[in-house]
Design a protein around this ligand. Structure first.
Ligand code: PLP
Length: 455
């Protein structure tokens, strides 16, 4: 029986943990973290861990960035809180909206602020509805999302999410969400199908779905450029251009969920630039503030804004907003984060470090346990299988991915197990070449121990 320290007991007695197996947590207890510096985080015993997942795909500038701390504290002293309701405003929100408008690769009229990626995507759903009501086409409301997508956990964003655990027993998805295939070539391709043929088939499937539903009822398509929580799925190079052509043909509003990919993760500022598609709007969160404080944003194109103005003239107040939309402290931290990305040339540096990171991943593809290793920029995943030749996975009950993650933790590396025993990697963007080598050395040891455990 595990004997827990006082802090662990207090945790078990009081905290309901998100995304945690509530039953096993009572037996395993928490990992209590205390402090962090750069890409390292330390537990209460002083043991160090590499932040192999940048927290939750978010801590882009690592721990302890004094400039971000200073931006938060000085803004708190100046104006601790102000909201944007009823036309009130403040400089940090205006400046952040201006900066984002100049940075995003989509023509943008306005920026709407939220606190989380889920809220951003929830807002996207509501804006699509609002716009189409304003445009006098109330039947055009359905939104296409993909299998294995992750867009959040609120009622609407969880409905966009295509993972069973986010629907089961929550009575989700809500009506009006259509599902199309995940572009996971390793798992989804048919015998002998090339990547390009696979992409062609998926685009044709999307087109058939829209035709079957009635194109006049389908309003939007949402996608992560590289899928994160669904298994770090990098689509074939021709996938998005083919999907974009279908969306254009049927006048679908295209939303890029840049909550993970945004701000350099894939080697360009935004994932849609790397993957070659032109969304109408993007959702950003996480690295917008390097995760130091919650803030997210949705970009709004001029045509949508014009439609919203019409609707507002008809019904008055635009009835959507959050107490902390554009919180001045969060806005100030986000502004400083964007300033650091530009000044330190963070995105160019990611592109430069990507080849080393991806070479390590390709090396792991030869490991006996790894069926598929994939990634882009500074994000990657290794999918463990029981049989490399047949791609046969392990019995999920065995929990091989979770076991590997537990060994990694013992080796001083925090990573995450996703579906199909995929272990994901997404370190802070500031990770150094030496730290990348160290991260993979720790992962190598975890894999060796997993192999040993399976014998
Ligand atoms: N969209 C993507 C692509 C994400 O990865 C996440 C979270 O991991 C979300 C949306 C939801 O963001 P949040 O957890 O901030 O609500």
């Amino acid at each position: 029986m595990t004997v827990f320290g006082n802090q662990a007991v207090r945790d078990i007695e009081t905290v309901l943990h998100p995304y945690t197996n509530l039953a096993t947590h009572r037996d395993t207890g928490p990992l209590m973290l205390e402090r962090g510096q750069g890409v390292f985080v330390y537990d209460t015993t002083g043991k160090d861990y590499i932040e192999g997942m940048a927290g939750l795909w978010c801590l882009s500038l690592g721990h302890g960035n004094e400039e971000l701390i200073e931006a938060a504290t000085s803004q708190m002293r100046r104006l601790s809180f102000a909201h944007l309701f009823n036309g009130k405003s403040h400089d940090p929100a205006v400046e952040l909206a201006e900066t984002l408008k100049g940075l995003v690769p989509v023509p943008t009229s306005k920026v709407f602020f939220c606190n989380s990626g889920s809220e951003a995507n929830d807002t996207q759903v509501k804006l699509v509805r609002y716009m189409n009501n304003a445009l006098g086409r109330p039947e055009k409301k359905k939104i296409v999302a993909r299998d294995k997508a992750y867009h959040g956990v609120t009622v609407a964003s969880a409905s966009l999410t295509g993972l069973a655990a986010n629907h089961a027993d929550f009575d989700l998805p809500i009506p009006g969400i259509l599902r199309t295939a995940c572009p996971h070539y390793y798992r989804g391709a048919q015998e002998g199908e090339s990547e390009d043929d696979f992409a062609t088939r998926l685009a044709a499937e999307l087109e058939s779905l829209i035709e079957a539903e009635g194109p006049e009822t389908v309003a939007a398509f949402i996608a992560e450029p590289v899928m994160g929580a669904g298994g770090v799925v990098v689509p074939p190079a021709s996938y998005f251009p083919k999907i974009q052509a279908v969306c254009d043909k049927y006048d679908l509003y295209v939303i890029s969920d840049e909550v993970i990919c945004g701000f350099g993760r894939t080697g360009r500022m935004f994932g849609c630039e790397t993957l070659g598609f032109r969304p109408d709007s993007i959702s950003v969160a996480k690295a917008l503030s390097s995760a130091y404080i919650p803030i997210a944003a949705v970009t709004i194109p001029e045509a949508m804004y014009e439609a919203m103005l019409v609707e507002s003239r008809k019904i008055g107040t635009f009835g959507h907003g959050l107490t902390y939309s554009g919180h001045p402290v969060a806005s100030a931290v986000a502004l400083k984060t964007l300033e650091i990305y530009a000044r330190e040339r963070i995105v160019e540096k990611v592109a430069a470090k990507a080849s080393q990171f991806q070479a390590h991943l390709r090396r792991l593809a030869d490991h006996p346990l790894v069926g598929n290793a994939r990634g882009l920029g500074l994000v990657g995943g290794i999918e463990m299988v029981a049989d490399k030749a047949t791609k046969q996975g392990f019995d999920p009950k065995k929990g091989v991915g979770a076991r590997c993650v537990a060994f990694a933790e013992q080796e001083g590396l925090i990573v995450r197990a996703l579906a199909n025993d995929t272990v994901s990697l997404c370190p802070p963007l500031i990770i150094s070449p030496e730290e990348i080598d160290e991260l993979f050395a720790r992962l190598d040891r975890a894999l060796a121990r997993t192999q040993e455990w399976l014998r």
